[in-house]
Write a protein that binds this ligand. Sequence first.
Ligand code: GTP
Ligand code: MG
Length: 361
Amino acid sequence: MKNGIIGLPQVGKTSLFKILTRARLEEHGFSNPREAHIGVARVPDQRLDKLSALYSPKKTTYASVEFVDVAAIGQEALKEATFLTNLRNVDALIHVLRAFADEAIPHVGPIDPLRDVKNVEFDLMVSDLGQIEKRLERVEKDLKKARTGELEREHALLLRSKAALEKEQPLRELEMTPEDKKLIKGFMFLSQKPILYVLNIGESATLGADLESAVSRFKLDDAAQRPNSAAMAICGKVEAELAEMDDAEAADFLESYGLHESGLVRLIRKSYELLGLISFFTAGEDECRAWTVPAGAKAPQAAGAIHTDLEHHFIRAETIRWDNLLEAGSEAAARAKGTLRLEGKEYVVQDGDVLHIRHSG
Ligand SMILES: Nc1nc2c(ncn2[C@@H]2O[C@H](COP(=O)(O)OP(=O)(O)OP(=O)(O)O)[C@@H](O)[C@H]2O)c(=O)[nH]1
Ligand SMILES: [Mg+2]
């Protein structure tokens, strides 16, 4: 999974990127303003930590998510090939919104995240519209030469997309069949990508409550409920401090604000939900590991995430929920208790399953 961090100038994009990936970037920033920072974040997972404590494996491997931090977005930036390519290649967008007050850091006009959402959304749609118009010209020319079913379908879909954009509806809100999606996948439209709005709010004594109420306080409820959209708040200042602490210190620090989890953990979980992804685990003395698959994936597909051979030679999956395994204390005990099951090819993998794939060959 690859997430692109976007937003207006100086809203805290690079700060968030650094927190997520624990990257140490040079202070002077980009040598070329259109260059992107690319980094990988480990997906924190307490379930895996606990499995790992049970097995004491040689290696514990967390899932990972890639993040791309680009320069501030705007009509000009969106005309640049490198900037566009960096953004088109991501699976989802994380739109960072300025919601903290700080006189020292410039912002266009008063703090108004909803206005910023609309402005950035508009820029994304203008970029897509330009691309659609160019493609439509080409398709219409080709249709005059030879009418093929595929070309006609693409033509109709492009017209429908164009109509949506013209009434300022981003493509992520358009209903599309899997065939439709396949047909326009190659364009990698920006307004089609699932989007997570992240309000960067200021520090306060009541941060726990403030984080929870932020989405409605800043009037993002409606935006968050649209198709393929979600919203949440973090406090960049606090997250930056957390990133410097060890686990015990961090837990105390969070507690002092009335928080149980870091924004980082919530953000990664939200992006999993947004993209419809779940985690399953493999556990043993050699390695305990988290894997990521789309929700709805069947056991052979999960096996394929581990190794393509496992998918082809899949027989059955010994399956148990992570907490049942911990409760039993071992696979043998779980088998005796009946909480360890044998599942076949049609089994739909659940978030938190521990799988042991039985295979031939
Ligand atoms: N007060 C406050 N300042 C912040 C916060 N997050 C970031 N900043 C400051 O805002 C400035 C911009 O932060 P960046 O993370 O570089 O923002 P950016 O969106 O990457 O900026 P550009 O890439 O230049 O568009 C820096 O001086 C940060 O220290 C925050 O949560 N609170
Ligand atoms: Mg930046």
